[in-house]
Write a protein that binds this ligand. Structure first.
Ligand code: HEM
Length: 530
């Protein structure tokens, strides 16, 4: 990461801490005692200690101690649920004996009873950060673009994506490799490559080669990311006070980016159907916008540009964090597993010609790499708690375990707790890259002669109630198939062209609130293969 950006992070982090302390104190002093009873009867509490200003101090600890509180809370709930197992079965039907069944229960709640709207506005700060577009309709639009244009047509994006990835990897990482194994910081290096690959697919080669555009857009994403992370953690009382400090740089980088992007969008929108390149994402998005517009109005270039910028923001941050974890998990595997070599052999067998690299289907046959990626999302999920919703119903709601939640309470699924539960994942604390490949084999055998292709329940992009790295149900990440394809393409290229080794020990999972922090300081050594 550039020093100025590190400086920004440090400034925002300390500002956040001070503001949090003051406002939590004010909250605790001036909000009525009734509101300070946040824990419903019968639900075990985690993260609180017997101490002065217990609530403030517990809240502050949650800024960085989310992992331990969540795992501790999960254990308590499992114990409570086990004691309650009979009544729970009566309520939920056979097989209901723990949190994964509650995931479905949570998703089934109608939006008049529970909703994620306020949580998104507050936790993702979407109600505060300046975005220039209305959030809910944009969210709907993004979901449709991802589903109708990206996921269904992954084959169209593979060629430009691969082309950009190999050039960016050789330019950025190759320089380190040439200096005979000079250490590379994984996160910033992959972030650069991913930014280029995303821009190439979303905006085309012209803007991806424009260094000024790339700098402004990267800074816009950074300002959005820091804003989301910091404002999302602040108590409501102070959000509006602090938000201008974040919106000012955001406004600047957003305006600069739009100034370069909008004319490109305008030019593409003026192309006739015959002139349109089917792999051009901007034209494809314009078609979706036109189709879903209630008045069938053509897409507005500025609005379309802004929506695509937001999509890139959603994509870059999660991809860079997750891809870094995948690479580090692979390189920190015990050498006796010969994982790197096995992944190289799998890639060599499947990627024999340029056409193989340019076909998305090739990558869906990489079952061992897929398994290593899914396992990494299990051990290092981006969000340690997910599917969060607020109780909207005035009468509150009864949980499957019997406890009552009042209106305004927040409820989420302990992703990390479920991912580390021995009942679902034997030896759950250990990163086992072959775990899901073995399960896929077993599923293929059990289903007769249909083969491992048909046995796809364990694909890295396929969520389940016990695999929540991409969320689950209607709110699951719409970019997950594209994300998995990009990670595979990047890894395959790296593994086939470079020898790599980890440096030092693997950093533990660190979070701010519910969000995984990037492993900023983790390093690896690369050597170009001859
Ligand atoms: C490995 C990388 C990624 C991970 C781990 C990831 C994870 C997630 C998760 C857990 C959610 C649900 C958040 C919630 O419940 O509030 C989500 C939502 C979302 N993701 Fe991803 N994501 C990744 C990559 C991407 C990419 C590449 C794109 C776009 C190209 C994308 C676009 C989105 C969007 C637009 C949403 C919001 C969906 C909604 O609100 O309905 N993500 N992602």
């Amino acid at each position: 990461m550039e020093p100025t950006m590190l400086g920004n992070w440090a400034f925002y982090a300390s500002a956040c801490l001070v503001i949090w302390m003051i406002s939590s104190f004010l909250n605790s002093q001036f909000i009525s005692a009734k509101k300070l009873q946040p824990f419903p009867a019968g639900v075990p509490v985690s993260g609180m200690r017997k101490e002065w200003f217990a609530l403030i101090r517990a809240s502050m600890r949650q800024l960085t101690a989310g992992v331990s509180t969540l795992l501790d809370g999960y254990q308590k709930v499992i114990l409570t649920l086990r004691r309650l197992v009979s009544p729970l079965r009566d309520q939920l039907g056979a097989g209901a004996d723990g949190p994964p069944e509650h995931v479905k229960w949570l998703l089934e709640q109608p939006s008049a009873i529970m909703s994620s709207k306020t949580i998104r506005e507050e936790r993702h700060a979407s109600g505060y950060l300046h975005m220039g577009v209305e959030f809910e309709s944009t969210e709907f639009f993004l979901e449709r673009i991802m589903r109708d244009r990206l996921t269904k047509h992954l084959g169209l994006v593979q060629e430009p994506m691969y082309d950009e990835i190999r050039h960016a990897l050789d330019a950025d990482l190759g320089a380190y490799a040439r200096e005979d194994g000079k250490p590379v910081k994984v996160f910033p290096a992959l972030q650069k490559v991913i930014l280029r690959a995303i821009c190439r697919v979303f905006f085309g080669p012209e803007l991806t080669q424009d260094d000024h555009f790339m700098l402004m857009y990267h800074r816009y994403i950074l300002a959005m990311g820091v804003g989301t992370m910091v404002i999302g953690q602040l108590p409501k009382l102070l959000k509006s006070v602090v938000v201008p400090a974040f919106n000012l740089p955001l406004y600047y980088y957003r305006t600069r980016t739009l100034k370069m992007l909008v004319p490109v969008v305008e030019r593409r929108l003026n192309l006739s159907d015959g002139e349109m390149d089917p792999s051009d994402f901007i034209s494809q998005c314009a078609k979706v916008s036109h189709r879903i517009s209630p008045t069938k109005t053509p897409a507005d270039p500025a609005q379309l540009a802004e929506c695509m910028m937001l999509l890139g923001f959603a994509a870059l941050n999660s991809l860079a964090v997750q891809a870094s974890h995948v690479l580090l998990d692979i390189l920190h595997c015990p050498p006796e597993l010969k994982l790197y070599q096995t992944l190289r052999e799998e890639s060599e067998a499947l990627l024999q010609s340029p056409d193989d690299w340019n076909a998305a289907e090739t990558f869906s046959k990489m079952h061992i790499m897929d398994s290593a990626i899914r396992e990494s999302l299990r051990v290092h999920p981006m969000l340690i708690k997910g599917l969060s919703k607020e109780v909207i119903a005035t009468e509150g709601i009864d949980l499957p375990g019997g406890a009552h939640l009042a209106q305004g309470a927040w409820l989420g699924v302990p992703t990390l707790g479920i991912h580390r539960d021995e009942r679902f994942y034997p030896n759950a604390r250990v990163y086992d890259p072959f775990r899901f490949a073995k399960l896929r084999e077993a599923q293929a055998k059990a289903s007769g002669n249909k083969g491992t292709e048909a046995a796809n329940d364990f694909d890295a992009g396929k969520p389940s109630t016990t695999y929540l790295g991409f969320g689950y149900g209607r709110g699951a990440c719409p970019g997950r198939w594209y994300a998995v394809l990009m990670i595979k393409t990047m890894l395959a290229y790296l593994i086939l062209h470079y020898d790599a080794e980890a440096i030092g020990t693997q950093p533990p999972l660190k979070t701010i609130g519910d969000m995984a922090l990037p492993p900023i300081s983790a390093q690896v050594r690369l050597r170009k293969r001859v």
